[in-house]
Design a protein around this ligand. Structure first.
Ligand code: GDP
Length: 451
């Protein structure tokens, strides 16, 4: 971390202002070489300074430069932020000049990585930074900001303290059994404490399972044979004319995508090519593509035409889907109904029409019911916030189970201690108390450049 890193922190494109950020021990000196205004090496920390970026006596841009001196900065290093006029050429020109004067282009997430490695934030807060940037719904934002405020860290740290406390009491009892004033940790007492811890950790993991839904949304597939109303339903859900609706069979050949927010949870919807036995080559590819998406989706909406009897194509689709995550929509219920409902009795069914204003509200209600979305919304958002954290918590829970089994089997107490210590370390990995370079590199690679 000897070198000074630089990156454009705002998104690339035309905008009023762009921010170029530099961090490292030479950042003030490098900026000063290009700056016409106050001597940046003499200004107070945390000041904004007006002037020009100059190269070969030519003005490149009129700028405001923030100087923030170590240690009270994002990375704990000296940081300079140049607010220049937005636009690709000015921003890139200044970036180039900073690089030719000694800075190095930052890798994705490198500023946040430095904040972590310099001990300003733990791993859960680092991950929360990215989650906050990527959050698309109010609930995803709320979880990220809670984690950034340290809620996840505190939750894990409290848990580790309980384990640490138990470990030290066990050790004192082993090493100094003659000290009568120390509480004796009996096997029964350890069993009782482990059982409570297990319950608590299990609850944290269970509650965190909703995190994928909250962060990534529900991947939803609309499927059915041509002309049953799939595109009309998608359009109703999206509230716009996105898919082309015609009454010529096979119109939606390509996959159409869209997003809606339902009870603060994002639905990523894909409208597929109509499923039918076809000889048309291009349509056949679409049909195969649609069927291949069934296994990947969190929710499958099978659309049927209520005004017709079920066809072999309908039955074929119904055989391929998993009933648990499928909603069968009997559409066109404004027309005389001919569909054999008896055949569908094991499915979650809703009857809809796209011809009326609120004709598909029942579908929305069913989705909310199937995924317990109302319950998710009512929760206090204090979760583990990604698969990495949940995976480690699960391993830690397994260690507690091993402790419990060891106690049942009367294993020597030092073996029990080893499992308890592993549990403590696994929880430590969640917050980054212990980490490997590979894990850290992997984690920050997913960040955007400039953060
Ligand atoms: P897709 O091929 O499954 O995507 O079906 P479309 O959404 O393109 O609709 C096919 C035809 O059915 C169009 O003419 C729509 O206007 C019509 N349609 C869609 N939904 C309904 C409905 O609820 N009632 C009636 N009567 N017609 C509908």
């Amino acid at each position: 971390m000897e070198d000074t890193i630089v990156a454009i922190s705002t998104s690339m494109g035309v905008g009023a202002i762009s921010i170029i950020r530099m961090s490292g021990k030479n950042s003030i000196e490098i900026a000063n070489k290009l700056f016409k205004g106050k001597n940046l090496e003499d200004v107070d920390s945390h000041t904004i300074n007006y002037g020009y970026i100059i190269n070969n006596n030519k003005i490149i841009d009129e700028v405001l430069i923030s100087v923030m001196k170590s240690p009270k900065t994002y990375t704990k290093e000296d940081i300079v932020e140049i607010n220049c006029h937005g636009g690709i050429s000015t921003t890139n020109k200044i970036l180039e000049l900073l690089i030719s004067n000694g800075a190095r282009l930052a890798t994705p997430g490198e500023f946040t990585k430095r904040a972590f490695l310099n001990g300003r934030i733990d791993l859960t807060k680092s991950e929360a930074v990215m989650d906050l940037i990527e959050s698309k719904t109010e609930s995803a934002r709320e979880i990220a900001i809670n984690s950034l405020q340290g809620k996840t860290f505190n939750m894990i740290e409290n848990f580790r303290n309980k384990i640490k406390d138990l470990l030290s009491r066990i050790e004192v009892n082993i090493d100094y059994p003659e000290y009568y004033d120390i509480e004796v940790v009996t096997i029964d007492k350890i069993k009782e404490e482990i059982s409570i811890m297990k319950e608590e950790l299990n609850k944290i993991i269970e509650e965190s399972k909703n995190i994928k839904l909250i962060k990534n949304g529900i991947d939803t597939l609309i499927i059915g044979r041509p002309n049953v109303g799939k595109s009309s339903i998608l359009n109703k859900l999206l509230g716009e004319e996105k898919a082309i609706v015609t009454d010529i069979e096979g119109t939606t050949r390509d996959i159409v995508e869209g997003e809606i927010i339902l009870n603060n949870i994002k639905l990523n919807i894909i409208d597929t090519a109509g499923i039918r036995d076809t000889k048309d080559k291009i349509e056949k590819i679409g049909v195969e593509k649609s069927l291949s998406l069934i296994d990947k989706a969190d929710l499958i909406i099978v659309v049927l035409n209520g005004a017709e009897q079920l066809t072999d194509d309908d039955k074929n689709i119904l055989r391929k889907v998993n009933k648990k995550n499928t909603i069968v929509v009997i559409n066109k219920n404004d027309l005389e109904q001919k569909i054999e409902k008896e055949y569908l009795k094991e499915f979650n069914i809703v009857e809809t029409t796209t011809t009326k204003e609120n004709g598909i509200d029942k579908l929305k209600d069913k989705i909310i019911e199937l995924f317990n979305l109302e319950q998710i919304e009512a929760k206090d958002y204090n979760y583990l916030s990604n698969a990495r954290q949940i995976g480690l918590a699960k391993k830690a829970l397994e260690k507690l189970e091993e402790v419990e089994n060891g106690l049942k089997e009367n294993l020597p107490i030092d073996m029990i201690e080893i499992d308890l210590k592993s549990c403590f370390d696994l929880l430590g990995e969640i917050i980054g108390k212990t980490y490997s370079d590979e894990i850290i590199d992997n984690l920050f690679e997913k960040f955007c450049v400039g953060k």
